[in-house]
Design a binder for this molecule. Structure first.
Ligand code: ATP
Ligand code: MG
Length: 422
């Protein structure tokens, strides 16, 4: 037996319906705010991620799926979406379009990580980017879209945490301050943090090892060393979000794992997920496009981990997305099959989910099959019925049934499966 690659998943029906519904909701809300999808390659030149995400990050230093193609080019399966968006922006001259530019994306990402609940080697993200606006209002819009999407999915216990990373110049200064404060404790930091000390000292702040956390508690928050401009910016974001009724909490030691962020960074946390609680991360990246050789175009965006999002979907939403019960169409006897398929076509076009019995079961076996499908209605098409252009429609829960004209079945079942056949 051939097994799937470690860290990848098979998403089976009916669970896959949750994914389809979540993505449909994302398209609906995002497009309502003016965001259109950009569909990008899953593989990119390795250099793109090295130069944007950053060499010292966990992603680039140890998580990328990098390989040589047959001509020896170094390619990488994308570990995140923003770098590709920036590359495509420059390459396609999107700077010519009216700004700000609103883009969304969704699809698989790849990171070589330790497999655990909520952490996979192939996972999906749903993200968006707002390019060409450096104002606090842009940040507020992006967080508003995020909040609106999550609320539409029925979430009400998620926490948005936010921080000010300052500008890149502040960061240099801050790292000096941080290292100074950590020096007396340097020996007690974990092995990973010893490595981070030189490679990416900011990441010491979000080490999950309890002893490191304790040490970090005593350090100066990055936002306090940040430029007055960035402080005013983030304060304005917080103020406007509060005016919109969106609760955010300042997390003074929140940093993010990608080098390109500055000023506003944020995460959405689900208390339910245990260790991997973060379902969304985002932030501002005003230098990314210019660092990659494009013009000075500010940007802000977020990426939701779809796997984690689906895992913690509220029960009522799950039911809403999974609850639809099909109509089972049961042809019995010669000639009924095409009539059944014709009815299925009408039902499908009317938005009613119908499954046709196409294996030739008897009436009795067919009803049993319909029961297993959890069908709400069974439409029985027997010789008696067809002789007079009728169908028998049986309600599976009550056992009540009624004969009706064949050409009225689709209309009546579409008219309200709950209310029953009138
Ligand atoms: P974490 O700290 O959990 O590793 P991250 O900071 O590496 O997250 P981001 O790069 O910000 O993650 O990606 C945005 C979101 O994508 C995360 O908040 C998470 O929901 C999801 N995500 C990231 N890596 C994985 C993974 N390996 N498996 C599943 N989802 C993931
Ligand atoms: Mg990670």
């Amino acid at each position: 037996m051939i097994r799937r690659v470690k860290g990848t998943r098979d998403i089976l029906p009916p669970e896959s319906r949750l994914w389809v519904a979540v993505e449909a909701e994302a398209h609906r809300i995002f497009s309502g705010f003016g965001y259109d999808e950009i569909r990008l390659p899953v593989m990119e030149p390795t250099e793109l991620f090295v130069r944007s995400v950053g060499e010292g990050t966990d992603i680039v230093s140890k998580e990328m799926y990098t390989f040589s193609d047959r001509k020896g080019r170094s390619l990488t399966l994308r570990p995140e979406g923003t770098a590709g968006v920036a590359r495509a922006y420059i390459e396609n001259g999107l700077g010519q379009r009216p700004h700000p530019l609103r883009l969304s994306y969704m699809g698989p990402m790849f990171r070589y990580e330790k497999m655990q609940r909520g952490r996979y080697r192939q996972f999906s993200q749903i993200g968006l980017e707002l390019l060409g606006a450096a104002t606090p209002e842009a940040d507020v819009e992006v967080l508003l879209v995020l909040h609106t999407f999550l609320a539409a999915l029925g979430f009400d216990d998620l926490v948005i945490v936010l921080n000010n990373l300052g500008d890149p110049e502040d960061r240099e200064r801050y790292i000096e301050v941080l290292k100074g404060e950590l020096t007396p404790h340097r020996e007690r930091l974990c092995r990973d943090c010893q490595r981070r000390w030189d490679e990416n000292p900011l990441r010491i702040l979000d080490c999950k090892v309890p002893s490191c956390r304790e040490i970090v508690e005593g350090t100066t928050p990055v936002g306090e060393v940040a430029s007055p401009e960035s402080q005013t910016h983030v304060a304005a974001v917080e103020e406007q979000l509060s005016a919109l009724g969106i609760a955010v909490r300042r997390a003074p030691r929140l940093v993010r794992g990608l080098d390109y962020y500055l000023r506003t960074v944020f995460e959405v946390i689900s208390p339910e997920l245990g260790e991997n609680t973060v379902i969304c991360g985002g932030g501002r990246y005003d230098r990314l496009i210019s660092d990659l050789g494009g013009s000075q175009v500010p940007g802000i965006g977020f990426a939701i981990g779809e796997d984690r999002l689906v895992e913690v979907l509220p029960e009522s939403t799950r039911e809403r997305f999974l609850g639809e019960r099909p109509v089972a169409v049961l042809p019995v006897g010669g000639g009924a099959a095409t009539v059944a398929l014709d009815l299925a076509r009408k039902l499908a076009l009317a938005g009613v989910r119908a499954e046709v019995e196409v294996t030739g079961r008897s009436l009795k076996a067919g009803l049993k099959w319909a029961g297993k499908l959890h069908a709400r209605w069974v439409v029985i098409l027997g010789e008696d019925e067809l002789a007079v252009a009728q169908a028998t429609v049986r309600h599976m829960d009550t056992g009540e049934q009624e004969r009706m004209a064949l050409d009225s079945v689709a209309r009546r079942l579409a008219g309200g499966t709950e209310a029953g056949v009138d």
